[in-house]
Design a binder for this molecule. Structure first.
Ligand code: F6P
Length: 379
């Protein structure tokens, strides 16, 4: 019998986190279950910092609010925790047993982990230590395995689409090539869907390394058709076929974390295009605007369904799973399935050959549609 549950939100924030929290709390209350929230993701779990959540006080008025009321952390791997000693030396420690102890001592029957692939990897690792975990798939990049849509993604696409609409009018007035750099480290969902929604001419995604000559051909072809402007959307993780992703900063946040900050491909593309075509080109980086603020109605409903379903699973005693949305149905997949071949406890998630993040496959209908309507994908 589940009587007391905890939620944590971990990784980069995404619109809809609060809506999921609200749905879990409300469903919990409907069923007589007490709900708590750990502060700043796995960091709060380690420090045993949590607050009571209830719909009469803090878990109210949340549906439209971006961010997360319980905070998040995207540089905490408690299985391989970076500890800086007094002498300045850095040591990595497995502090996961402390987290397990915190959960057990305070009598939590289930831990809801709201996050992306790294968060769900730790969730799987905790489930191997006997903790009842239920994951909810978050990330604006839409790259969590085993589900078709993560919450936050639809809002990011909407913000990117609005940006494309705005770039269109200024591009047309000045006869410029406008580049829009959107998020998407290893998966190009935001770039591809917003390019289709916004009527962009070129979309560059991590899954298809691009040939700059194909990009130039498209711009020239448009010019021949009397279109003196072009809109190009690129994922931050897009790369030329003979080059690598553009890294803005190498971080040292700890082992088992994705220690690179991406950014710069938009500038590179605008420079290359200007040099090779003589057309004026400008770059806009959408950045954190696509991650902040109020969720779309789609994300509010998705988040609410995910949250309610997660609590329902807990009440049914189904643990160590991720709530999923596939073919219009809410269900679940095992956390093992989400983790894929990245089995080692405490190991990195995300950009490893073994990790199971959901990239766009070439048989995806969006790829076919983009090609059908003449969007250049750089190949
Ligand atoms: O994972 C989502 C994401 O939006 C990525 O696309 C992006 O690279 C990353 O977060 C940046 O987040 P932060 O700067 O918070 O680490």
């Amino acid at each position: 019998m589940v009587k007391k549950v905890a939620i944590l939100t971990n990784g980069g924030d995404a619109p809809g986190l609060n809506a999921v929290i609200r749905a879990i709390v409300k469903t919990a209350e409907t069923n007589g279950v007490e709900c708590y929230g750990f502060i700043e993701g796995y960091k709060g779990l380690l420090k045993n910092e949590y607050i009571r959540l209830d719909s009469r006080t803090n878990a109210s008025g949340l549906l439209h609010r971006g961010g997360t009321i319980i905070g998040t952390s995207n540089n905490t791997n408690v299985f391989n925790y970076k500890v800086e000693k007094e002498n300045g030396e850095v040591e990595y420690q497995d502090l996961s047993d402390k987290c397990v102890q915190n959960l057990k001592e305070d009598g939590f029957d289930c831990l809801f982990t709201l996050g992306g692939d790294a968060t769900q990897k730790s969730s799987r690792d905790f489930s191997l230590k006997g903790i009842n975990c239920i994951g909810v798939p978050k990330t604006i990049d839409n790259d969590v395995a085993a589900t078709e849509t993560t919450f936050g993604y639809n809002t990011a696409v909407s913000v990117a689409t609005e940006a494309i609409d705005r770039l269109h009018t200024t591009a047309e007035s000045h006869h410029r090539v406008m580049v829009l750099e959107v998020m998407g480290r290893y998966a190009g969902w935001i770039a591809l869907e917003s390019a289709i929604a916004g009527g962009a001419d070129i979309a560059l995604i991590p899954e298809i390394p691009y040939d700059i000559n194909k990009v130039i051909e498209k711009i020239e072809e448009r010019k021949r058709d009397g279109k003196n402007f072009t809109i190009l959307v690129t994922s931050e993780g897009a790369k030329p076929k003979d080059g690598d992703i553009v890294v803005k900063k190498v971080l040292d946040d700890g082992k088992g974390l994705d220690n690179i900050r991406l950014g710069g491909i938009g500038d590179k593309l605008a420079n290359d295009i200007e040099k090779l075509t003589g057309c004026p080109a400008r770059n806009t980086v959408l950045g954190y605007v696509q991650r902040g603020g109020t969720p779309t109605s789609f994300d509010r409903v998705l988040s609410t369904q995910y949250g309610a379903k997660a609590m329902e699973l807990a009440l049914e005693g189904i643990f160590n799973v991720l709530v999923t949305y596939k073919g219009g149905e809410y269900g679940y997949a095992t956390l093992e399935e989400v983790v894929g071949e990245n089995k080692e406890v405490g190991a990195a998630s995300g950009n490893t050959a073994e990790s199971n993040i959901r990239k766009i496959t070439m048989d995806n209908r969006l790829i076919k549609t983009a090609r059908d309507i003449g969007i250049c994908l750089g190949d």
